[in-house]
Write a protein that binds this ligand. Structure first.
Ligand SMILES: [Zn+2]
Length: 122
């Protein structure tokens, strides 16, 4: 069974920003701390809870070649992903890569912004 780390292994910060758009991407970064219980489903979806105005269930799946699928129970209703989806990916990247220290994550993000084509979970 494919792990989240391996399912998302090619995803870069630039991919994520491109997919979500800069505005949603930046808002998502502010929600990283609100993500709880990230886990994966049998078919490779990354799922988690995000606390916003309400508690939302969010899932995202990334396939090699740059295809994303996503869903969220929040009221955001645009064509693209919401900030919760972005936050879930970033929070999972943090936990898989560096543990859950947020300050460390921000350093990692700052570092990644400088070389945004590096896979997030490498
Ligand atoms: Zn949402």
């Amino acid at each position: 069974m494919e792990s989240i780390k391996s399912a998302f292994r090619h995803l870069t910060l630039e991919d994520l920003r491109e997919w979500a758009g800069s505005k949603i991407f930046d808002r998502g970064k502010g929600y990283i701390k609100r993500v709880s219980q990230p886990s994966r489903t049998d078919n490779g979806h990354l799922v988690a809870w995000v606390k916003g105005t309400d508690q939302y269930a969010t899932w995202v799946r990334y396939e090699e070649g740059g295809n994303f699928e996503h869903g969220c129970t929040c009221p955001y209703n645009d064509w693209g992903p919401c900030k919760h989806t972005v936050a879930v990916v970033l929070a999972a990247a943090d936990r898989l890569k560096e543990g859950s220290d947020l300050r460390r994550l921000m350093e990692v993000l700052a570092d990644l912004e400088g070389r945004s084509k590096t896979p997030l979970l490498k």
